[in-house]
Design a protein around this ligand. Structure first.
Ligand code: AR6
Length: 169
């Protein structure tokens, strides 16, 4: 049974076993959650991401997939990088968004991480509407068979926090 906890704040302050990063395919950093994680986690995370690009993902990590690195100076042990879909009004990319949550939990299980903090993937720079993003996040975690005992959604602002509160009830 996975308990779902909602928190409003900055995901880089979490001390869960793993923190999920809303990354991009390059794995080389960006803005939003990604920028904050690399800033606060220090250069070790980027060094491992560069290794992953050199050895495993020469063309980058595809949307909907997930991969782990060290969490560097963060309190967490691992960062799980996943690439959300860019929202589109002409194409339904829901399956890719759902896959991000599912794949991140699969990677967490591989690592033995039992507590995992997630941001609201794709709902920032990638433009996914927060209410729908929240419903898909909550539903996917509930529907996924995992050894993770606590999923903590860390929401940056009040609007996202309310969307997740509604999705949970
Ligand atoms: N802690 C928790 N949530 C945050 C934080 C934080 N420190 N900062 C932003 N959010 P985004 P995406 C919220 O843009 O939409 C990057 O440039 C934010 O309000 O981080 O998946 C990557 O490199 C929003 O609700 O991720 C990619 O290029 C949610 O986290 C691209 O952005 C996700 O916003 C990925 O876009």
């Amino acid at each position: 049974m996975t308990e779902i906890v909602l928190v409003q704040g900055d995901i880089t302050s979490e001390s869960t076993d793993a923190i999920v990063n809303a990354a991009n395919s390059s794995l080389l950093g960006g803005g939003g959650v990604d920028g904050a994680i690399h800033r606060r986690g220090g250069p070790q995370i980027l060094a491992e991401c560069k290794q992953l690009r050199a050895n495993t993902y020469p063309d980058g990590l595809a949307a909907g997939h997930a991969v782990a690195t060290t969490a560097g100076d963060l309190e967490a042990r691992w960062v799980i990088h996943t690439v959300g879909p860019v929202h589109s009004t002409t194409e339904d990319r829901s399956a890719t968004l759902i896959s991000c949550y599912r794949e991140s939990l699969r990677v967490a299980d591989e690592l033995g991480a039992t507590t995992v903090a997630f941001p609201a993937i794709s709902t920032g720079v990638y433009g996914w509407p927060i209410d729908d993003g929240a419903r898909k996040a909550v539903h996917t975690v509930r529907a996924t068979d995992t050894d993770v005992t606590e999923v903590r959604f860390v929401l940056f602002d009040g609007r996202a926090y309310r969307a997740f509160t509604d999705a949970l009830s």
